[in-house]
Unconditional design. Structure first.
Length: 199
């Protein structure tokens, strides 16, 4: 009897550990869908910002006649950073879509891949949020100005209206992309938590 118990314990100890449970139903599909939305949002944000070019005749102090002044995204370092950050976010979305599809097709989802996705999503969220904040600060000055330092607003119906609409639309889409990344971080950390062994 004792030998039978000992053999059973040896077999139990030699057995390989059970694979981690699969991600909850629908998580992988939702993850891929959100990443497609992120890709679309990044492309739209970049295209709308880059195409927002406009030239206006502006009365400059000390000049007796109006001067033609163009407005482009590359005239502002904050907008250049915005375009670079969301171009990176679009490329990142393509790479992570492929990674998420591999999770769906694989027999068992990799915990390490969930961890890498969650960490990289958090990093990308920081980049996207900082670019959105920097561009929004410059956009706010364009829409509202700052009377304390004598900065007049340049966005009104008779001057740079098209350019300012492009900036505002791009910032709205950028905020949506930031929210998507927040959801992705929560989703992947939740998947990691649910896959942790329970003692």
């Amino acid at each position: 009897m004792a030998s039978t118990t000992t053999e059973y314990q040896k077999q139990e100890a030699a057995a390989p550990p059970a694979p981690p449970p699969p991600a909850p139903f629908g998580f992988s599909g939702v993850d891929v869908f959100l990443r497609f939305l992120l890709l679309a949002a990044a492309i739209v944000a970049v295209v709308v910002m880059v195409t927002g070019k406009e030239t206006e005749l502006v009365q400059v102090a000390g000049v007796p006649f109006p001067v033609s002044l163009p407005a482009k995204f590359n005239y502002s370092p904050a907008f250049i950073y915005f375009v670079a950050a969301f171009s990176t976010a679009g490329l990142y979305a393509i790479i992570t879509i492929l990674a998420s599809l591999s999770l769906i097709r694989g027999p068992v989802a990799s915990t390490k891949l969930f961890l890498v996705l969650a960490a990289n999503d958090a990093i990308m969220l920081g980049i996207v949020a900082s670019a959105t904040g920097a561009a929004a600060a410059v956009g706010y000055l364009g829409f509202k100005g700052n009377s304390h330092v004598g900065w007049v607003k340049v966005c009104h119906p008779h001057m740079y209206s098209k350019y300012c609409r492009h900036v505002g639309g791009s910032l709205g889409v950028a905020l949506f992309a930031s929210i998507l990344l927040v959801i992705l971080v929560i989703l992947n950390t939740t998947s990691l938590y649910l896959r942790m062994p329970k003692y």
